[in-house]
Structure formats: C-alpha cells, structure tokens
Design a protein around this ligand. Structure first.
Ligand SMILES: *Cc1c(COP(=O)(O)O)cnc(C)c1O
Length: 381
C-alpha cells in the first residue's frame, strides 16, 4: 500500500531481471502530442518513416468492406493473405508466418530461439528493436562495431565482424537491409558470401522492411535465397512502402520448420481482419508502391541539393529516410530536433543509438521536404 510508484520497489520489481533492465523503445513524437505541447497547428511528421502518399485505394476499400465481419475473430491462419503472398514470392504458404507488424515476428523469433544460455549477434547502430527483443529473453546481445563513418558504407553493418562474432551458442544474427536509422545497406555479393559462411546452427534474420525502396540501390531480394539457406528468415512489412503502418501487418518467409515453430508462440489472432484484407489488396497494386519509390527518389534529390549547402552531411540511404549529421555548427542532433519542433517539424533524434551528432529525417512530399529545409536553415543559422 502506498509504495512509491517511481522507485522500482513496487510490483514492477517482481518482473524478471532481464526485462527490468530494458529501456523502452522511443517512438517518433506523435503530431497530437506536439500540438498539445506547443499549440502549433501546421505540424509535419518526418519521424517514423511513414509513406505520406498513403495506402492503395484498393487496400482502403478492402479494409472498409471487411469491417462488417469484425464481430468474428480473424482467420487465425491468414489463409487468403498467405496464398497471395505465396504467389507473390514464389514460395509455399507453409513458409509464411504473419505478424502484427514485422515487430511481432522479431519478438517471436527471440522467444522461440533464445534464452539465457544463448546469444544473438547485432551490429552497432542496428534497428533498436533487435536489442530489446533479445534482452527480454535473457540472452546476451553480441554487438559488433559498425563500419567507420569515413568508409564506403558509413555506419553500416560489418558482415565480417558479425561472422567472426558468431559462436556455437549464437542462434540469431540480425541484418537490417537497409538499416534504420543509418540507411546503410549490405552489398549483394557480400551478403551471399556471409550466408554461405554462417553455420547452420545460427538463423540469419534478414529484415527487409524497406525492400521496395532499396531496390533502387540493387539490394538483394532475400526471398530468392531461401531455397539455398534453410537458416534464412526474411522479414517484410506492409508498414513502409505500402503505407499500412497503422493496421500492423508484416510477415516472415522462412523454412517451413521455422514457420511451424513461430506459429507455436504466435498469438492465435495476431493479425486483425482489416489488416489481413488491406494487405492482400495492397499486393495487387504495384503502382502505389512505385509512386512511393518515385517520391523518395525526388525527395532525396531535393535534400541532396539543399542540405549540404547548410553544412549538413547526408549519409547514403537505401530507405525512405536519411541520416543527417547536423553538428557542423556546434549543435547536437537533440538540439536541432528541439529547434525543428518549434517550427512544427518532427524528425527523429538518434542520440539513443549512439549517433548524437545526427537526426533521422523521413523523406516526405516535396512541400514537406521544403518545410524541413526552411526550418533547418533557421535552426542552423
Ligand atoms: C519500421 C521497421 C520495421 C517494422 O515495422 P512494423 O511496422 O512492425 O512492420 C522493421 N524493421 C525495421 C528496420 C524498420 O525500420
């Protein structure tokens, strides 16, 4: 009774130590929160790598039509969506696991393949969720140093270092291709050599959340490598180019035995009826994703033209976002983030990733990009 909620002496202290040690994932600031804080109205959010063009009209119509069925539980096996994905990728439905976003699959992979006696290999600056899901299981995270900032792929995954870090107890190695927040990607030939060399006691989790955008940089289509590598797990999502982030649907492509294992720990109804319907329909609209890719190419050119002139260093990116070193004038990434907030522009500070000189900026519409450029000019002046 009456115990202090903040000291950690209450019921929270009953949690397993591994979970008590976790610092929560920091999400991009929601627009509604900034409105409450500043009373600013014309706010743009370039902080969570969302696609400003929105979803395919086909996906929205399918989601809307599905609402009439929502008195029922969803199809827990996701039959229709899996069939559509199987056709799309040329794999069997038995190789597919659906998730409540691909984040769900990261949790399931950690739960199923890790415990306190095992470890996972992760690159410095990799997507933060990898470390969180590993930590929650009590497994060790072996973090390998990223490629140097002055290398051909600044801050990127060092596949040789990751390979060297794998030991007999390593069950998962995470490769984000491209990685968020760095935008870096791995060379196709290097990835193939890596897969050939990884022992079959380690699953390679190849996170292709930005696959559609990454094609322009020649990034590998991991789904084509599954037949050669039974230990490969490819993650895809409808949150990014397909613009269905709010519905939460992603999937894993893997060996059927891995899918079978993931299905044992998966919540039976982890993907909702509107999400299943929208995702299947989105697959039929290749044009919507193509428009998103074109928008990103144009936006990247817009940034490359304007931002270096302000003293901002842009790192190469295969995603729909760019990591920007904004520190030349002496401000930290956090300070620039706060300055931009006052102009109603939300970007993502990445000090928590160990990149205190940088912010991550999602590429928006031409108008949104221009607002970012103008606001940044004022902040840095
Ligand atoms: C956004 C993102 C995801 C997944 O998001 P979901 O919405 O959970 O599908 C996964 N990996 C990376 C690297 C991401 O940036």
């Amino acid at each position: 009774m009456g115990r202090d909620m903040s000291t950690g002496a209450g019921p929270g202290s009953l949690a397993v130590p591994a979970v008590q040690g976790i610092s929560p994932y920091v999400i991009g600031k929601p627009i509604s929160e900034l409105t409450r804080e500043l009373g600013v109205t014309e706010i743009i959010k370039l902080a969570s790598n969302e696609n400003p063009l929105g979803p395919s009209p086909l996906a929205l119509a399918a989601a809307q039509a599905s609402l009439a069925d929502t008195l029922l539980y969803p199809d827990g096996n996701g039959f229709d969506l899996k069939e559509a994905l199987a056709r799309h990728h040329g794999v069997s439905a038995a190789q597919i696991t659906l998730g409540n976003g691909s984040n769900d699959l990261l949790v399931l992979l950690a739960e199923a393949f890790l415990d306190g006696s095992r470890n996972a290999v992760i690159s410095q600056y990799a997507f933060a969720i990898y470390g969180l899901v590993v930590q929650a299981t009590g497994a060790a995270a072996k973090i390998t140093a990223a490629l140097p900032v002055d290398s051909a792929m600044p801050n990127g995954h060092d596949l040789q270092a990751m390979l060297a870090a794998i030991d007999a107890e390593t069950r998962l190695v995470f490769i984000a291709n491209p990685n968020n927040p760095t935008g870096s990607w791995v060379d196709d030939a290097a990835l193939r050599r890596f897969l050939d060399a990884v022992p079959d006691t380690t699953l390679v989790v190849l996170d292709e959340a930005y696959f559609e955008y990454a094609q322009r940089m020649g990034c590998t289509d991991g789904s084509t490598l599954l037949s050669r590598h039974p230990n490969l797990v490819v993650l895809r999502t409808f949150s990014k180019a397909h613009a269905l982030a709010g519905l939460r649907v992603g999937y894993a492509l893997s060996h059927p035995e891995v899918a079978n294992i993931l299905n044992r720990v998966r919540a039976p109804f982890n993907v909702t009826i509107p999400a299943l319907a929208a995702a299947a329909a989105a697959l039929n609209d290749a044009q919507q994703a193509a428009r998103a890719v074109a928008l990103v190419e144009a936006g990247l050119a817009q940034f490359q033209e304007a931002l270096p002139a302000l003293g901002v260093r842009l790192f190469p990116s295969a995603g729909n976002f760019v990591l920007a070193d904004v520190s030349a004038g002496g401000l930290s990434g956090q300070q620039v983030y706060e300055g931009l907030l006052r102009h109603g522009v939300i970007v993502r500070p990445v000090g928590g990733y160990g990149l205190p000189r940088c912010v991550r900026i999602t590429i928006g519409t031409a108008g949104q990009n221009q607002r970012l450029i103008d606001a940044l000019r004022q902040c840095l002046a």
